[in-house]
Design a binder for this molecule. Structure first.
Ligand code: CA
Length: 411
């Protein structure tokens, strides 16, 4: 679809008229508080200004988070998308909309929604197989429950941050296999994880599980998600209750929530099932998306090296299945709940979503631009996730999801 905003019609741009993602911005040039926006081409559109002019069929855009809008549900999301499409389509330029626009390079993008809770899943079969092979051998790589249940753990909403936020290397309890006792110190195996995040728009009540179809209707959209991980802390702490401090210190998301409506043409099916899933989480229609993903790594002051490419369409469980499973006990899911997909990895080197896999447990150092070698993240390194769905002559971009590592605090 063509827009009167010329930069939106570039075939490899992230934000054509077909996209219209939602985020939160403020101007660097004034003190006005953050408010909601969409992106079109190289511009943001101030939705609070359009709301004040009576141009949008919903309210809440003058708030510093998308939660009020997200809670209004799918019919309203569709209505607002329709109104924005009309305002921005070729031939429809009006002064009110022109005045609500600001160049992307002159704004600060904020965390797009108040993260109510954060759950991280483990739905990438290849990632689970790779990591399991490293620790238990390929015969026992997948835990016996893995092909039946979307495995997850309850993470921390308090440390979910927007792209660009610096990440402090954590300190924690560490114990190598050959050490007699644990010690407390800086994580030496700091990792990033390539994931997609599903954002819950509408809630379910406690005690009221939802079906896979209902779960899909509850999802407002998707972001890129980096589930930063302290592998050495994780190794010592994770049995029997799963990761705790190894994952609690930071999770980064991309600044724009890309809506389900924009991703609709890119729906794809989960892979064939080795064991039939129990009925409450069976697939009802294609609910994954064909989204091309990448991870790049740069040393301080250096150029970025693309180290991995993978696709979200290869996951074993969709976000809707994860959400239906999450509610199956009667667990209440809230507006602003964030569900991490699990690390997204392909089958061979160059398609791995974590450095743990890319360096095969730290045993195989690799080289990045400038000639430095890496196994895990060093201080000053920047890890960036990229993602887009490729359409015919356009793409639906997410905006980068980046973080730079700061040294740990002295102990
Ligand atoms: Ca993870």
């Amino acid at each position: 679809m063509r827009s009167w905003v010329e930069s939106a019609n570039e075939p490899d741009g992230a934000f054509p008229l077909n996209n219209l993602p939602f985020g939160v911005f403020s101007l660097r040039s004034d003190e006005a508080p953050p408010r909601c926006a969409t992106a079109i081409g190289d511009q943001v559109v101030d939705l609070a200004a359009l709301q004040a002019a009576g141009l949008l069929p919903a309210a809440g855009f003058d708030e510093p988070a998308l939660n009020t809008f997200m809670a209004l549900g799918q019919p309203t999301w569709v209505d607002v998308r329709g109104a924005l499409t009309e305002l921005l389509a070729e031939g429809e330029a009006t002064d009110v909309v022109r005045e609500a626009m600001h160049p992307l390079d002159q704004v600060t993008l904020h965390l797009p929604f108040r993260v109510a809770e954060y759950t991280d899943f483990y739905a990438g079969r290849q990632h689970a197989f790779n990591v399991g092979s490293m620790f238990r051998g390929p015969e026992n790589a997948l835990p016996p429950n893995w092909l039946h249940i979307p495995i997850g753990y309850n993470g921390r909403a308090s440390t979910v941050v927007v792209s660009g936020t610096e990440i402090r290397r954590p300190n924690g309890q560490l114990k190598a296999a050959d050490e007699p006792a644990p010690r407390f110190g800086p994580c030496a195996r700091l990792d990033s994880e390539l994931e997609m995040g599903a954002v819950v728009g509408t809630p379910n009540a406690m005690g009221e599980p939802v079906s896979v179809d209902q779960a899909d209707d509850m999802i407002f959209g998707y972001v890129l998600l980096n589930d930063w991980s302290a592998r050495d802390i994780q190794t010592w702490e994770y049995q029997p209750l799963g990761p705790f401090q190894a994952k609690a210190f930071a999770t980064t998301i991309s600044p724009w929530v890309v809506t389900k409506a924009a991703l609709e043409p890119f729906r794809c099916s989960t892979p064939p099932r080795e064991h039939e899933l129990l009925r409450y989480i069976q697939d009802t229609e294609p609910m994954l998306y064909d989204i091309e993903l990448g991870v790049s790594l740069a040393a301080a002051g250096g150029d970025a090296t693309l180290i991995s490419e993978a696709n979200y369409g290869g996951m074993y469980y969709s976000a809707a299945q994860q959400l239906a499973h999450h509610s199956s006990s009667g667990c209440a899911m809230r507006t602003g709940d964030l569900l991490g997909s699990g690390t997204i990895s392909g089958p061979e080197h160059g398609t791995y979503g974590s450095l743990l896999e890319h360096s095969w447990g730290g045993a195989e150092p690799f080289t990045i631009a400038g000639g430095q070698t890496r196994t895990f993240l060093e201080d000053g390194d920047t890890a960036t996730l990229h993602g887009h769905a490729q359409g015919d002559g356009y793409r639906i971009g997410f905006g980068d999801c980046a973080g730079t590592i700061l040294p740990s605090h002295a102990r």
